[in-house]
Design a protein. Structure first.
Length: 340
């Protein structure tokens, strides 16, 4: 199967794609230079606007779309920017908690090669600043549920739960997180995968770059380009090696989708529930990915956005199998005739 030809929708943002948010009835994409576009479930453009700078995070709250854009947080409705507020340093993560918009920001010290100060901002839906809390640690993961949970880097590391610091099994900085069906998992720089309950789930030999949830557990993407799939009890299900992993996501039918980059070209790999490679394709550098129940999408360095839809993907896959079987049958018949 030609994976690119099997795509349900291909769009061009006109700049590298830096953020992607997919729902069954719509798609929102943000770009490296601040472009923000929304398409409906049929792939028709609904609106387009230009924000301050690179779109890092996208948050939907009913009819409004909130984004972190460069040094700002902005609120958009039907393509119109309702308000935009500057933060201190790079605007990073977003969440909606207790009726307020929560954003994080961080200041990077080039001389020391590390983040020197971060802040947690709370805004009303009208853009009014309610509260700002400053700290030394940069949050690398933000979860909003019954509690507001932030996973931290150096120096304290650990978690911030409703403003209260908690230690994790590893004192190594948290690099990423995953809000699973039953648990919140956290990936550390030392290769540990821990839970927000304070349990050590697994230990890998390299730093955890990202985590994604699959039907029977989770998949960790390691710094060395390896994928490791494990059950919640840490039993290994499958592994796959390759170049640097730029993004990963679980999609329809428990398929695992992975974007890779080898400094020359990109690649999309699709694996089934036991890790078998189903199909792959060369692309430009994959940057971001997201999924809904029946759709999965990737955003690329060259500005392209590719969306795959479950039914069309199945149809193309079956068509390929039929054609392959037909070719094999024809070849077998030819060989039989040569033996006569």
């Amino acid at each position: 199967m030609d994976l690119i030809q099997a795509a349900w929708m291909i769009r061009d943002l006109g700049q590298p794609v830096s953020s992607l948010d997919i729902e069954e009835d719509s798609i929102i994409a943000g770009g490296w230079n601040g472009a923000l576009k929304m398409w409906n479930g049929d792939g028709d453009i609904l609106w387009s606007t230009q924000c301050e700078d690179r779109i890092e995070a996208i948050l939907r709250i009913d009819e409004i779309v909130v984004v972190t854009s460069g040094l700002h947080i902005a609120c958009v409705k039907e393509g119109e920017i309702l308000w935009s507020n500057p933060l201190e340093g790079s605007a990073d993560l977003l969440a909606y908690h207790d009726g307020n918009i929560v954003a994080t920001s961080s200041v990077y010290d080039i001389e020391h090669g590390d983040f020197m100060e971060s802040a947690i901002w709370r805004f009303s839906l009208d853009g009014e600043l309610i509260e700002v809390t400053r700290m030394d640690e940069r949050p690398w993961f933000l979860h909003s549920g019954q509690d507001l949970i932030l996973a931290l880097g150096r120096p304290k590391c650990g978690l911030l739960v409703n403003g209260e610091h908690r230690d994790l099994p590893s004192m190594s900085p948290v690099m990423c997180g995953l809000s699973g069906r039953k648990n919140i998992l956290l990936g550390h720089a030392d290769g540990t995968v821990s839970s927000s309950k304070g349990e050590e789930i697994s230990k890998e030999p390299f730093s955890i770059e990202s985590l994604t949830c699959v039907e029977k557990g989770f998949v960790a993407a390691l710094e060395n380009g390896q994928l490791v799939a494990r059950t919640p009890e840490s039993a290994e299900m499958w592994t796959a090696s390759g170049p640097q992993i730029t993004t990963q996501i679980a999609g329809f039918d428990d398929l695992h989708w992975c974007g890779r980059w080898n400094s020359m070209r990109g690649q999309i790999e699709v694996r089934d529930e036991i890790g078998t490679l189903v199909v792959s394709a060369e692309t430009s550098r994959p940057r971001v990915s997201d999924s809904s129940e029946n759709r999965i999408g990737f955003g690329f360095e060259d500005g392209q956005i590719l969306i795959w839809e479950r039914e069309l993907f199945h149809r193309r896959s079956k068509q390929e199998n039929v054609e392959e079987n037909s070719r094999n049958s024809a070849l077998a018949a030819k060989l039989r005739s040569l033996r006569k």
